[in-house]
Design a protein around this ligand. Structure first.
Ligand SMILES: NC(=O)C1=CN([C@@H]2O[C@H](COP(=O)(O)OP(=O)(O)OC[C@H]3O[C@@H](n4cnc5c(N)ncnc54)[C@H](O)[C@@H]3O)[C@@H](O)[C@H]2O)[C@@H](O)CC1
Ligand SMILES: Nc1ncnc2c1ncn2[C@@H]1O[C@H](COP(=O)(O)OP(=O)(O)O)[C@@H](O)[C@H]1O
Ligand SMILES: [K+]
Length: 515
């Protein structure tokens, strides 16, 4: 799913108005009506008090349209105008008048703290205070209103974006933003829903279709794209009846050191379960028994050294090489990595200590084959690209790094973001059950196994991250967040593949899959 920027959304509005020959007021009517339909379907006329807080811009206008429809339908509505400015938008004013004239229930003005209404926990709040037009910090009394709303603990439905959240910056503090229980967003979800410091303001969201111009929706390229089921399906390469293992490549997984052999086992299993034809693990001698007995499907080559890797030698042509898992940073291992990079021509995936070696020896980066996949967690990323003061700076630095070294950078986290050629792919699957030892090793294995069977490195990274998260989403149903371990992610990988071709079942799953 495309994540449109604020500028693109305004442009899409304008194009829709011109091409469909409607007025901006008509478009606002569509937006407000969609929200009304959403609420009406769920509330079925229930007389729960609904407090609608409207700003004075177009987001407030949407709130006014909603208020009119809810009042006319007989709901128990109180409408407030959060009067933070006198510069009311034209469409806000039109809809304000409509509320007054049609419903005769005049909105109340809120100018300061004394005007805040009492809100009980079992009431409903609609937040139509600020939309994407917010461009500076909110006034102190408005911030106090946000705190008042939050303290009520009432269900809070934000329109388009939680008020106080800007589309391109991080809030000064958490009290400056409405904490939404749910957000109904127009055109597309906003990038900030997926970043660690801002995503927490609305864990749940949904996009409402307001009939924007289809040419605009199809032809507009976006820098950020959300990867859900419908983006993953076209990446999938089907298998033909007469296929044989020789077609799915040979993955070489180089890693491990004394006490860290499990990581290589997990990655090797991940690669084979993702569909690699053959997997060979290259490990120090001490791991031979461990690997052969814990994962008989893999072949094993050992280093001359017992405890860590000192010299990588193999006598076959791998389709892809993964390097770094559990490998340590011994000087001999660093030297072996350098020699490997100097001679290697096949695609690579680099993780864990492989990344730490790159951070400590930045000139090695020049030796990487183009489109090498790097899979750092936040600490490893920091070592690679330096520190950042906020998420937007992190993304910018990650993009520069990816461009400079021509690498596919997979920024792991709750919404893993893959960066390549100035585009960002935000993953929609995965859950906190993945915050467990070895889950990153499994991901490296999956991406390696995908490259092995013919996916290009970018597709392998984006699809691998999707499958890894999806597998965890299915597995968590059986294990719960706490008990999910990395091996389960491998065991459920088949279910993740099969899910690609299943219809969404529950509404929350639908939400993820539509994303
Ligand atoms: N396709 C779409 O996305 C549509 C969007 N609409 C709505 O329009 C909204 C955007 O409306 P607007 O551009 O009028 O902006 P907002 O309603 O988000 O903001 C209100 C106004 O306040 C001003 N302002 C910004 N920061 C302020 C601050 N800290 N203190 C005081 N004033 C401040 C802005 O200049 C803006 O004019 C969207 O979020 C959405 O809800 C819909 O009405 C129609 C369709
Ligand atoms: N809260 C979360 N939600 C979704 N995915 C997560 C979450 N926490 C961690 N992950 C995923 O789990 C993996 C952890 O990788 P990593 O930190 O390298 O673990 P390890 O080194 O133990 O293998 C990454 O793919 C990351 O995106
Ligand atoms: K809002």
């Amino acid at each position: 799913m495309k994540l449109f920027s604020k500028e693109q959304i305004y442009e899409g509005d304008q194009l829709t108005i011109e091409r469909q020959k409607i007025s901006s007021t008509d478009l606002m009517e569509r937006a407000g009506t969609q929200i009304f339909n959403w609420i009406n379907l769920r509330m079925q006329g229930a007389q729960v008090p609904i407090h609608i807080f409207c700003g004075i811009g177009n987001n407030g206008g949407d709130g006014m349209v909603l208020a009119r429809h809810l009042i006319l339908e007989g709901y128990n509505v109180k409408t407030y105008i959060v009067n933070y400015s006198d510069k009311r938008s034209k469409d806000f004013l039109i809809n304000y008048d409509r509320v007054k004239n049609i419903t005769k229930k005049w909105p109340e003005f809120v100018h300061n703290q004394d005007d805040f209404p009492e809100i009980k926990q079992d009431h409903v709040i609609v937040d139509a205070i600020f939309g994407i037009g917010l461009n500076r910090p909110v006034a102190d009394w408005v911030k106090k209103l946000f705190i008042h709303l939050r303290k009520s603990k009432a269900f809070t439905l934000s329109i388009d974006i939680p008020s106080g959240l800007q589309t391109d910056s991080i809030p000064l503090d958490d009290d400056c933003v409405v904490l939404a229980s749910y957000t109904l967003s127009f055109a597309s979800p906003k990038l900030v829903f997926f970043l660690p410091k801002t995503g927490k303001f609305t864990i749940n969201w949904e996009v409402l279709d307001i009939g924007l111009d289809s040419e605009f929706l199809t032809n507009t390229n976006t820098t950020f794209n959300l990867i859900g089921k419908y983006e993953a399906i076209p990446i999938y390469i089907p298998r033909d009846k007469f296929s044989h293992k020789g077609q799915f490549g040979h993955s070489l997984i180089i890693g491990g050191s004394y006490g860290k052999m499990g990581a290589v086992t997990l990655a090797s299993r991940g690669a084979l379960s993702a569909g690699a034809g053959l997997v060979t693990a290259f490990i120090p001698k001490c791991g031979y028994q461990v690997l052969q007995s814990s994962f008989p499907e893999a072949m094993v080559i050992t280093d001359a050294n017992d405890d860590y890797i000192t010299n990588v030698e193999f006598n076959f042509s791998p389709s892809v090489i993964a390097f770094g898992i559990g490998v340590g940073v011994n000087m001999k291992t660093v030297e072996a990595f350098k020699v490997l990079l100097e001679t290697n021509k096949v695609p690579m995936v680099i993780d864990a200590d492989g990344l730490n070696i790159l951070s400590n020896h930045p000139h090695f980066l020049e030796l990487l084959p183009e489109e090498t996949v790097l899979t750092p967690h936040p600490k490893e990323l920091e070592r690679l690209i330096g520190t950042w003061s906020h998420d937007f700076e992190k993304l910018e630095k990650a993009k520069e790094f990816s461009n400079k070294h021509k690498v596919v950078l997979v920024i792991k986290g709750a919404n893993t973001i893959t960066v390549f050629e100035n585009k960002f792919y935000i993953n929609a699957t995965g859950n906190p059950g993945l915050s467990t030892a070895g889950s990153g090793d499994v991901l490296t294995g999956i991406i390696t196994g995908l490259i092995s069977q013919g996916y290009n490195p970018l597709s392998a990274a984006v699809f691998g991250v999707y499958l890894h998260g999806k597998s965890a989403d299915i597995a968590v149903e059986d294990y719960g967040y706490q008990s999910l371990i990395a091996s389960h992610v491998i065991e459920y990988l088949g279910a993740a593949y099969m899910d690609l071709f299943k219809q969404p079942e529950t509404s929350s799953e639908k939400h993820k899959d539509d994303a």
